[in-house]
Design a protein around this ligand. Sequence first.
Ligand SMILES: [Mn+2]
Length: 441
Amino acid sequence: MTIPPPDFALSESRTYSIEPPPPLDGFSPEEFKTRRDGLRKAFPDSVILLRGASEEDAAYLAGAPYRQNSSFFYLTGVDTPGAFLALLPDKVLATLGVRTLKSDIKEILFLPVRNAGKETWTGGKLGPGEDTERATGLEAVVEASSLFGAAASWLSKNPNCGIIAPFGEGAKQTPEYLFMEDIRRCAPITQFQDISNELGSMRSQKSSSEIARIERAIEITCEGHRAAAEMIRNGAGKREYEIEAKIFEVFRSRGAHNAFGIIIGAGINGTVLHYEDNHSVLQKGALVVVDIGAKYRHYCGDLTRTYCVGGEPNARQQEIYGLVEEVFARVLIDYQPGIDSLFAMSERCKQLLKASPLRAKNAAGEVCTMDVFMPHGLSHHLGLDVHDVGDRDAPLLPGAVITIEPGLYIPSEGIGVRLEDDFLVTPTGLKRLGPELNHQL
Ligand SMILES: [Mn+2]
């Protein structure tokens, strides 16, 4: 922060000088509406309650920029902090929880009341009321402070509650878990049902407008790669962060952000899978792994290339690179529409690496087959998140967008190679998204 905090009580005035940014980020209200209807249909007996990200969440208090959680944006198109969404089953009347609503209303967005004083700092925000209903296409937008009272009434009538359940280590520290606790406190007989899988399979089937947005993100990512390739070709003596800075310039000047920390790994740094220091000097003849993704208006691209400083790789580098290229091509040829899952493709990739006659030494100096040198999976889903939701084990369905990213990492030789492209799953195969971008070393 570059200005001191307020030293007077924030004004409660109802006149706002700053218009809130429009919601939906260019998508149609119907698109979001269809998703909400789909989710309601999938859980016809549940009151679905979702919590949006808040500026008070630990991540933001620790200094990360505020970002709406992806599923919440997916269903509402709303980025406003502190929001909640309720979707009601047919048998539960909205009026039971919020008296002022019409009884046939089935979707209610809860937003904090606007605060003119606070908006002096944070800019205009969407608030409860008709303006936001019109702008979002949501049936009703009411005050966030009424959420738990309304939830208690709805759940007393219908105790099944659909939520996004956190899981794994640290689940109990998540805002989602605290949200469940709050619901349980106001409606102790609530039976929770996790809607994550259903929501995940919905989100993994991209609409045409989502695909168009992802393609734009990939285009911008490609431009970043072209700029990086150019610099690295004559890059001996440059620092990795100079390449990073160039890519940042390309992204930001096209209205995009980084979807994740820019990875510029020269030589042995290229063997560190999520290397982000970007501080080393590029040595002539070293390979440089460049793994970058632009995030453009909510959607991500993710592309990796490996370049050679000075443009003259040695025989060993070419051999390793050639194997990565070969398995990449092979994975595409062997893809079985309607059958293959991400997991199955990854397994096939590891088998191909294992079958190669090439060998390298591990950290203990033992000679190993090449599958040992690819410690990560082959693919992930791509969308609102870089590692987007979607089942790794189920056959891929048309409309999914995935990455394919084989790599080999041999610290003992200072060689790291990764290649990554993004693909749309079609009924007949995999369609590469974005403009041509050389695979050549
Ligand atoms: Mn990736």
